[in-house]
Design a protein around this ligand. Structure first.
Ligand SMILES: NC(=O)c1ccc[n+]([C@@H]2O[C@H](COP(=O)([O-])OP(=O)(O)OC[C@H]3O[C@@H](n4cnc5c(N)ncnc54)[C@H](OP(=O)(O)O)[C@@H]3O)[C@@H](O)[C@H]2O)c1
Length: 304
């Protein structure tokens, strides 16, 4: 790779998920290498290395070998329910692997950009700023908040994202809008919370900002969220309409949910990203159009 920083690769983890699909649509200009348990299908020609974050030393070994100039770390157990069921595994992959990454990144002089979530907040404030104290409610949120603190202490960047919209990657990984539409089309009658407010955004809009921040290597916290605050129920209705199907949905209240606590209102203030990265928060119509006007979705509808 030579010894010039500009020729050092970027290491990208977690690119087999919903976010990775959007990231692959706008690949970074630097040499990049994806790491995951399997090769992400959205990155067919990109060099890939296999890593299981649950295996101690595996990620550190890759960082030591590649000496990437930047590590964009998005891999984690991102399903809150999975984290509640397996808290030790969540701790291992969402926290301990980040600790290991930071140690090896310090030795390799790699800048770490950590992808995080609005779920580090409890949902009781009207809006959350980059400097707002974290207040996670769940195992997932707690692991992500813990990892954030470690990354910030090491001089890295943290990008908090809202509920992500986007296509279906596989059976378990799917954008929140597409998940509703697929269920309705399959004849399911979903109940969606009318009191749980989010600022969703399509993954396509996130990737260019991630790459920009990775190029700039600016430390600290950034928020990248959509312009509109909507309830889960309203999101479902508007997703169905954008997909051209009748919104046959029921609504309910989060308090009626028989599961881990839920953060009711998560609105991320994005002013820092707007000023420093040129982030223009897309409205919901723009995000939904990315999912449902996409040729892949249209082709799927026509072939039914
Ligand atoms: N989806 C959302 O609504 C949302 C909202 C806010 C923030 N985020 C954040 O965005 C990031 C990406 O989320 P996502 O929804 O795209 O995730 P996802 O669809 O659940 O995908 C998870 C990714 O992590 C990798 N991964 C999981 N366990 C691993 C392990 N043991 N070893 C190596 N890789 C492992 C997976 O790789 P393999 O496929 O190879 O297993 C996959 O690429 C996460 O940091 C998440 O916290 C997501």
């Amino acid at each position: 790779m030579g010894d010039s920083k500009s020729f050092a690769p970027w290491l990208l983890t977690g690119m087999g998920g919903v976010l990775g699909v959007g990231a692959a649509a706008h690949p970074p200009q630097a040499i990049h290498i994806v790491a995951g348990q399997v090769r992400p299908s959205a990155w067919p020609v990109t060099p890939a290395v296999r890593v299981n974050l649950g295996r101690r030393g595996a990620l550190a070994h890759i960082v030591a070998e590649l000496r990437p100039s930047v590590v964009v770390h998005a891999a984690c157990i991102s399903r809150a329910a999975d984290c509640e069921l397996q808290p030790e595994r969540a701790l291992s992959i969402n926290v301990e692997a980040v600790e290991e990454l930071l140690e090896s990144a310090a030795s390799a002089a790699s800048f770490v950009l950590y992808v995080s979530t609005e779920q580090v907040f409890d949902g009781t404030a009207a809006v959350y700023f980059e400097h707002s104290p974290v207040s996670p409610q769940t195992v997932y949120g707690t692991t992500k908040a813990t990892a954030e603190q470690m990354v910030l202490a090491a001089g890295g960047a943290v990008v908090r994202l809202p509920l992500l919209l986007g296509p279906r990657v596989n059976e378990r990984r799917v954008g929140a809008d597409r998940a509703v539409v697929d269920a309705v089309r399959a004849g399911q009658r979903l109940r969606l919370f009318r009191d749980e407010i989010r600022t969703p955004v399509h993954v396509d809009f996130i990737a260019p900002m991630l790459w920009k921040l990775a190029r700039l290597r600016v430390p600290g916290v950034f928020h990248l969220a959509g312009a509109e605050s909507v309830s889960r129920f309203e999101l479902g209705q508007r997703a169905c309409l954008a997909a051209g199907i009748e919104p046959l949905l029921d609504s309910s209240l989060a308090a009626q949910f028989d599961g881990p606590p839920r953060s009711l209102k998560l609105v991320l203030d994005c002013q820092r990203a707007q000023k420093e990265l040129g982030w223009e928060p897309p409205d919901l119509r723009q995000s939904l159009a990315r999912t449902f006007a996409a040729p892949a979705f249209r082709a799927g509808v026509c072939s039914d």
